[in-house]
Unconditional design. Structure first.
Ligand code: FES
Ligand code: FES
Lengths: 756, 159
């Protein structure tokens, strides 16, 4: 089954916000932002901009009727800066004009002056200066201080991972249309319609029932539109509300990259204790998270870092501390993996250190420490239906790991400057929002009198195929052709108080709610058929759009529906689903935080040109735990896309600032994401067999995020290539491993050789 | 500003228009003709979401001015299907799962179409070359390659 929207997509007919036919007279907005990283605004002069052709109005913090606040977890972020600015790109004013071009032209006529303050750009510097978002959080298992003495070896190290720009192809966008009675309808490219509704209501100072948020689809989200779509919706709504005219705000790419937050960069310290045999006994890790200038979702992201600090390994004694540091860059935010990838990169680096110390290949250390059934995670949950070893064994045998190692060694013996490398990357990722209350969803199912079906859920379609999955669920339960099932836009008046479509949970939560709603109606229909056909319930079956009594066809689906309607049977259902059995006690950092875990193992191979520093990812092969996938094309597409994005984060995607906190990689010319050349020649994702998951919809597992972390394997494969060139390579654990970094590292080592 | 009169062929239909010399082709197509299948992903010629066919060749419509198309032939994604029947590339993009969020898809298909116009039987490496200017943030490109490859086979059979 394929993605539902795509028939429109291939013809260019799908409507994104910028494509909407808005009423004549719609105005266009552009954002005026800070161009310094930290300072106090001393004067703003908008007179020339206001007089500029086509300009209708300019809005600032003082025009906000409600509260100038967009912070979700902590109320620490204003929509428009009032006096102090905290990062380059922070919104200060909104210019509204008759056309986009006129609004754009007016921006350059605004005069602003600041008293500059020194920005903090580095999380460790922020920590030293006490600039934190929230107090540090610690997860502990066993007794770390008691076991250091029992370890044969202890290694320590520092690991740095960089940020990542979401680069959803559709930039942030919103259109707001005023309605009677101070009501406002907002079309937003948001993953979180309810959060957007709340922020808009707060800014306008009106109750949530006067704000309707509607989302048709997103041109990609990846977490970047979970918390950060709302401010743009609020800006459009503010202007529309004041001017009583529709207002559209679509960011251009440079503004989007400059204004919005990214994946959190981390700087981490680890200490790892292990035995002669490579068994890990103790692991202490401290994560310094670069949160940017406001909380956004940083604490939740940091928490997931702690949840996944041991990846798919069992370590009996763990102490993991996370510190969310406040700096002068845009507030960093959710991004596929949500802090998990950063944690896994650190433990994999620590394992690499162990392997170097013991002089055995890293995969042997990984293998020795894999999670087994019943093992305890640092947060107290135990591994159930654990597929860590299963996927590992299957991957290594299927991909003939040992043989490939040998052929790689042979290749490296025969080639002086081209070196191959290989790495295995296992993953274990927990599924559920770690804030337990967010694990809820609702679905509204209508069967119309002609038999066609319309479904509204809280899920937002952003390319992940959730709408197709929901259609499949309904079609399967009613046993009707999928073509009669339609998914409506995601709208806060149909599904209220919804959680964002995030944490890979969209299909699980909304699929389960849809299942419940469909089952409710189906039960009524069966009872109705019983009366209409004067038969016993046990004899009636609905199958392939027909109603049978004892295998004899009696009615069409359409007949059953129209007859049931005349009998006054309720053909609609609104159902609600909350994930059972999960809880997490934040005060103790313990609990059954996840409904289940997703496992898998990937093998990555690279070839490095040691003279140029350029590399090729030759092969990525994974055995992934999809549960029992009921949408194989969609799930495979998700896995492949996630892997490429993960490799991008680890290798080529580099966010650069200058010393004043100005973003240098602010356009697609300077920030590079994987293109088609980047796709490995061998790229295979296999379905792990026998991985039934009773906690997921139709026994499937969530797919959005977990495969992202296979990308970490690319880093270690390239490192392996580098070490094939120089066994005693002196290097830092620092990602992304750009060709420049490869070359600098290799050449640094050559110099030391010459000096000696 | 002095408007410029132009005449061009748009998806098979001859049209006349007056354009502001500063207007980009992408905006002209989207705003004047409602051809919103042509998307803006970057505005600087790096993402390929705005790809259209200009006189038989794929170009980035964000880098061209509307007034430059005088006397030329334009094909956008909306003009690819033949009276409701999808082009085989469109069919294969559907069939192979080459589409996720869909934002890159029109540009991707147009680039592939242009490739097949110039080179009906491209090797995988040639496909990669032709699509290298089209970024997709959702897929791993694998299904895109196979959708294009699949379209070649069909072509040969038809010949
Ligand atoms: S919008 Fe034209 S290439 Fe990106
Ligand atoms: S399908 Fe989303 S960018 Fe390609």
């Amino acid at each position: 089954m394929k993605n539902y929207d795509i028939h429109q997509h291939v013809q260019g007919k799908s409507i994104f916000i910028d494509d909407m036919r808005l009423p004549a007279g719609t105005l266009h907005a552009e954002i005026f932002t800070s161009n310094i990283a930290h300072g106090i605004i001393t004067s703003i002069d908008t007179s020339a901009a206001l007089a500029s052709k086509g300009v209708v109005d300019i809005f600032s913090a003082s025009d906000i009727p409600g509260e100038n606040q967009v912070g979700g977890m902590i109320k620490d972020e204003s929509l428009f800066a009032e006096s102090e600015v905290h990062y380059v790109g922070q919104p200060i004013l909104l210019v509204v004009a008759e056309s986009k071009l006129e609004a754009r032209k007016a921006l350059s006529k605004i005069k602003i002056e600041y008293d500059k303050l020194k920005p903090i750009l580095n999380p460790r510097e922020a920590f030293i200066k006490g600039s934190l978002i929230a107090p540090p959080v610690t997860f502990e298992l066993g007794n770390i201080s008691a076991v250091w003495d029992e370890c044969d070896f202890i290694e320590e190290g520092t690991v740095e991972s960089g940020g990542q720009e979401h680069l959803y192809l559709e930039t942030q966008a919103a259109a707001a249309i005023p309605h009677e009675g101070e009501k406002i309808k907002v079309y937003s490219s948001t993953q979180a319609p309810t959060a957007t509704q709340r922020v808009v209501a707060g800014i306008l100072g009106i109750p949530m029932n006067k704000v309707e948020v509607d989302v048709l689809r997103l041109g990609g989200g990846f977490g970047g539109k979970e918390d950060q779509a709302s401010p743009f919706a609020a800006m459009a709504a503010l202007a529309a509300n004041k001017l009583n005219k529709p207002v559209k705000l679509v960011l251009n790419r440079q503004d989007d990259i400059r204004i919005t937050g990214k994946r959190h960069p981390y700087s981490s310290d680890f200490k790892i204790g292990f035995s002669h045999e490579g068994k890990i006994l103790a692991y202490e890790v401290k994560f310094f998270q670069n949160a940017g200038a406001a909380a956004d979702l940083s604490m939740a992201v940091l928490e997931r870092t702690l949840f996944h600090c041991t990846n798919s390994y069992f370590i009996p004694n763990v102490k993991a501390t996370g510190i969310s540091c406040k700096t002068n860059v845009p507030p960093n935010t959710a991004f596929r993996g949500f802090g998990g990838p950063q944690a896994m990169f650190v433990i994999e680096s620590a394992i690499k250190k162990i392997s170097e110390k013991l002089d055995v290949p890293a995969y042997m250390i990984q293998q020795k420490n894999l999670l087994r059934e019943g093992d305890e995670f640092p947060y107290g949950q135990r591994a159930e239906n654990c597929n860590a070893k299963k996927s590992w064994n299957e991957a290594l045998s299927k991909f003939k790991y040992e043989e490939r190692l040998q052929s790689i060694n042979q290749f490296n013996l025969e080639n002086k400057f081209l070196k191959k490398g290989i790495a295995v990357m296992p993953i274990c990722f927990g599924i559920s929002f770690t804030s337990t209350f967010m694990n809820q969803a609702s679905a509204l199912v209508h069967i119309y009198t002609d038999g066609s079906i319309g479904i509204s859920t809280a899920a937002v379609e952003m390319g992940q195929g959730v709408n197709t999955k929901i259609r499949q669920i309904a079609a399967k339960i009613f046993s009707v052709d999928i073509s009669i099932v339609k998914i409506e836009s995601t709208n806060t008046t149909r599904n209220a108080n919804s959680s964002p479509t995030a944490a890979s949970s969209g299909a699980d939560l909304n699929g389960k709610a849809t299942e419940l709603a469909c089952l409710n109606i189906k039960e009524r229909l069966l009872n109705s058929a019983k009366e209409i056909l004067n038969a016993d319930l046990s004899e009636i079956k609905i199958e392939n759009g027909s109603i049978f009594v004892n295998e004899e066809k009696k009615l069409d689906w359409e007949e059953l529906i129209s007859k049931s309607f005349l009998k006054r049977v309720n053909l609609s259902s609104h159902a609600y689903y909350a994930t059972p059995k999960i809880y997490f006690d934040k005060s103790k950092s313990k609990g059954n935080a996840f409904a289940y875990h997703v496992y898998g193992t990937a093998v990555v191979e690279t070839t490095l040109d040691c003279l140029r520093g350029t590399y090729k990812i030759n092969s990525v092969k994974a055995v992934h735990d999809f549960g029992e996938s009921f949408s194989k094309t969609i799930d495979l597409g998700q896995a492949e896309g996630a892997i490429i994005q993960g490799i991008g984060w680890m290798t080529m995607e580099e966010i650069c600032h200058d010393l004043n906190g100005r973003l240098l990689s602010n356009a697609l010319s300077t920030y590079k994401i994987p293109d088609i050349h980047f796709t490995p020649d061998e790229f295979e994702v296999h379905f792990l067999e026998g991985a039934k998951n009773p906690m997921g919809i139709f026994n499937s597992k969530a797919i959005g995020e977990p495969p992202f972390m296979y990308g970490i394997g690319a880093y270690f494969a390239i490192l392996d290539s580098m070490k094939a060139h120089n066994k005693n390579l002196d290097y830092d654990f620092k990602a992304p491993m750009t060709p420049e970094r490869v070359l600098l590292t290799l050449s640094k080592n050559i110099k030391t050789k010459i000096h000696k | 500003m002095q408007m410029i009169a132009i005449e061009f062929n748009l998806n098979g239909i001859l049209v006349k228009a007056e354009v502001n010399p500063g207007v980009r082709l992408i905006d002209f197509l989207r705003d004047e003709y409602g051809l919103t299948g042509t998307k803006e992903g970057c505005g600087i010629g790096e993402c390929g979401a705005c790809t259209i066919i200009l006189d038989g060749k794929a170009v980035n419509s964000c880098l061209i001015l509307a007034c430059q198309i005088d006397g030329k032939e334009i094909l956008t994604i909306e003009g690819l299907a033949n009276s409701g029947e999808l082009h085989r590339l469109q069919e294969n993009f559907l069939k192979k799962g080459a589409v996720q969020c869909g934002f890159c898809t029109p540009g991707m298909i147009i680039s592939a179409y242009s490739l097949l116009l110039l080179n009906p039987n491209p090797a995988e490496q040639e496909i990669r070359e032709a699509i290298a200017g089209n970024l997709c943030r959702c897929t791993g490109y694998k299904q895109i390659i196979s959708a294009i490859e699949e379209s070649i086979v069909v072509n040969i059979e038809n010949d």
